[in-house]
Design a protein around this ligand. Structure first.
Ligand SMILES: [Zn+2]
Length: 339
């Protein structure tokens, strides 16, 4: 039987449930229990362990599950999976010293299907487990639909994704799963790294002890730690700091900032724009453009509407500065936002 790991974000709305494929009830696994949010770090770690033959325990699943809606991953997931596949080991630093997790063999990237990449997203912006839940075939667990269960008919599947309705707060952690005693506590490891980051002085934030410590970590470990938003933000800030010659080259910093809309999408821009150092050192024109791009590339209709509203309210000179950025200009033209 062919196997795929489905990596993506998912949640569900409403009470409709769908039947898992008939005869495959035990070959379709989820990495968290119902109503749980699966932190990406936990999910990716379990995926790595499983794909490398280390036994993991997944929760028992009822044959009827909510019709989960899947939407695309961001670049961090892709980085983490491929880096781990390449590195074959993880170094976890904690209060009790260093612990290495050695993976016996490389992970096969062909087995991993990212939602929004190998796994197609429908024009609605989501792909559900089942896309014809009212049909008799799908009701009986014979999915020939355009949903994930139909697209991957005959496969065993591991879902590396959340199972909660939106707004849920119950979080899955690694201690719920057997990992063959191979893994320490990631929560403790992250706290340890954050403690070193917190004790770094402002003057040496990007080239002091923490930076040296970070540079000494293997890329696989860095990729996993970057799931922590504070560590992720530090990494992105450090790129900007380096690119701008330690904040001295404001013009380059501004240009760097707006290119992040293409490189990392809105989550990188949001992390950077939240930071006071970025706001202090970036020329006003580029800040305007970056805020605009962050709303435009977010893919969130509410934020895009907010951009449209704000754009229309701006003075002619602010609009001119925004329109200097080609992607903003293209968007404004496509949406006919100019009077
Ligand atoms: Zn179906």
């Amino acid at each position: 039987m062919q196997h795929k790991y489905i990596v993506g974000h998912s949640e569900y709305h409403g009470s409709a449930s769908v039947r898992l494929p008939h005869g495959f009830e035990h070959d379709i696994r989820f990495y968290c229990t119902e109503e749980e949010v699966l932190p990406r770090m936990v999910g990716i770690t379990m995926l790595s362990l499983d794909s490398l033959g280390i036994p993991i325990t997944t929760p028992d699943t009822h044959p009827m599950v909510p019709n989960y809606e899947f939407f695309p991953v961001d670049s961090r997931d892709i980085d983490a999976v491929y880096t781990l596949a390449h590195e074959k080991s993880l170094c976890i630093d904690g209060p009790h010293g260093q612990e290495w997790v050695k993976f016996p063999e490389g992970l096969d990237p062909q087995e991993i299907h990212f939602v929004g990449a190998q796994l197609p997203i429908h024009s609605s912006g989501i792909t559900r487990l089942c896309e014809s839940p009212e049909s008799d075939e799908c009701k009986s667990g014979e999915h020939n639909c355009e949903g994930i269960l139909g697209l991957y008919k005959g496969y065993s599947l591991d879902f590396v994704s959340c199972r909660a309705s939106s707004g849920a707060t119950k979080i899955a952690d690694l201690s719920s799963f057997g990992s063959g005693g191979q893994l320490g506590d990631f929560g403790e490891a992250v706290d340890y790294v954050l403690e070193i980051l917190r004790s770094e002085s402002k003057e040496t934030l990007f080239d002091g002890d923490f930076a040296r410590y970070w540079d000494g970590l293997p890329p696989g470990t860095q990729a996993v730690f970057k799931y922590n938003s504070k560590i992720f933000e530090w990494c992105e800030l450090r790129h900007a700091y380096t690119a701008s010659n330690g904040w001295r080259d404001a013009e380059t910093l501004g240009k760097y900032l707006v290119t992040q809309a293409d490189e990392g999408g809105s989550h990188v821009l949001s992390a950077l724009l939240k930071n006071s150092l970025i706001r202090k050192h970036t020329p006003h024109k580029y800040l305007l453009q970056a805020f605009a791009l962050e709303m435009i590339v977010s893919g969130d209709p509410d934020r895009q509407d907010a951009f449209a509203l704000q754009f229309k309210k701006q003075s002619v000179s602010v609009r001119a500065q925004l329109l200097e950025e080609q992607r903003v200009a293209d968007y404004v033209k496509a949406m006919s936002l100019l009077p």
